[in-house]
Design a protein around this ligand. Structure first.
Ligand code: ATP
Ligand code: MG
Length: 243
């Protein structure tokens, strides 16, 4: 579903943020991306959603190349759900309208159709009673569940997450992870930047470890937790698991 082939990216003329990254995510596969701060995780995931350009290599989503000039990037982007650390809901719109906006504007759904879909998804993330509220009236965990529902409303072919729980208080982390675990178990194709190793060990098929712009490890989950090969991954794991 997602193919990343020899992708290199520079910010400005000198700083190389991604170095010859190659990996892929099959349909229904859940891949966790981890690694130290500044290693390029967000950059990689932004390249997959064409939010950042890259200078070398190819990314192909569901058979469509991002660098093909004929590709309609806004259309492709609408089909790949993205959930960030900060929820980025529209503060002036009620929750229900946050979920309807892109459905109507981008997919051309009628308001009734969009609202019905929105309510179904709010039910799924346990927030039906909050539909008429504004984002600021919800907790961080609730807002992040709304952000996930909003992405799902577009019927995405894959979902990308960039540290979706790292800005949340500890008691709210599990309510968001529960929604993500359900999604994974239903067969959603997911690429998830997270340091929640509990999530990784529960649902990930593979773990990618990045350091200094490189994919240092790309291994089945059991191998990653059992015997990460590189020193760098071992050090990283022992640091985060000791918390
Ligand atoms: N817009 C930008 N312009 C210039 N440099 C950038 C930009 N965005 C990121 N970088 C640099 O690229 C490198 C990779 O950043 P990135 O945000 O992808 O790391 P990350 O692995 O997501 O880190 P974190 O865990 O802190 O979120 C860092 O050194 C960062 O300073
Ligand atoms: Mg990041």
């Amino acid at each position: 579903m997602i193919e990343i082939n020899h992708v290199s990216k520079w910010y400005g003329p000198l700083f190389q943020a991604l170095k010859d990254c190659t990996t892929s995510v099959a349909r229904g596969e859940v891949v966790v991306v981890c690694g130290p701060s500044g290693s390029g995780k967000s950059t990689l995931i932004k390249c997959v959603n064409a939010l950042e350009p890259f200078q070398q290599g190819k990314i192909i989503i569901d058979g469509i190349s991002l660098t093909d000039p004929k590709t309609n990037l806004p259309k492709l982007r609408a089909r790949v759900g993205m959930v960030f650390q900060h929820f980025e809901l529209f503060p002036h719109l009620r929750i229900i309208d946050n979920l309807c906006l892109a459905q109507e504007k981008v997919l051309g759904r009628s308001h009734d159709e969009a609202a019905a879909k929105a309510m179904k998804l709010l039910e799924r993330v346990g927030l039906t009673t909050h539909a008429r509220k504004y984002p600021a009236e919800l907790s961080g965990g609730q807002q992040q569940r709304v952000a996930i529902a909003r992405a799902l409303a577009m019927d995405p072919i894959a979902m990308l997450f960039d540290e979706p729980t790292s800005a949340l208080d500890p008691e709210m982390i599990s309510e968001v992870l529960d929604v993500m675990v359900d999604l994974a178990r239903e067969g959603m194709t997911m690429m998830v930047v997270t340091h929640e190793m509990g999530f990784a060990s529960k649902v990930a098929h593979r773990v990618i470890f990045m350091d200094q712009g490189e994919i240092v490890e790309d291994t089945p989950k059991a191998d990653f937790f059992g015997k990460p090969r590189s020193d760098r991954a071992q050090k990283f794991l022992s640091k985060i698991l000791s918390h």
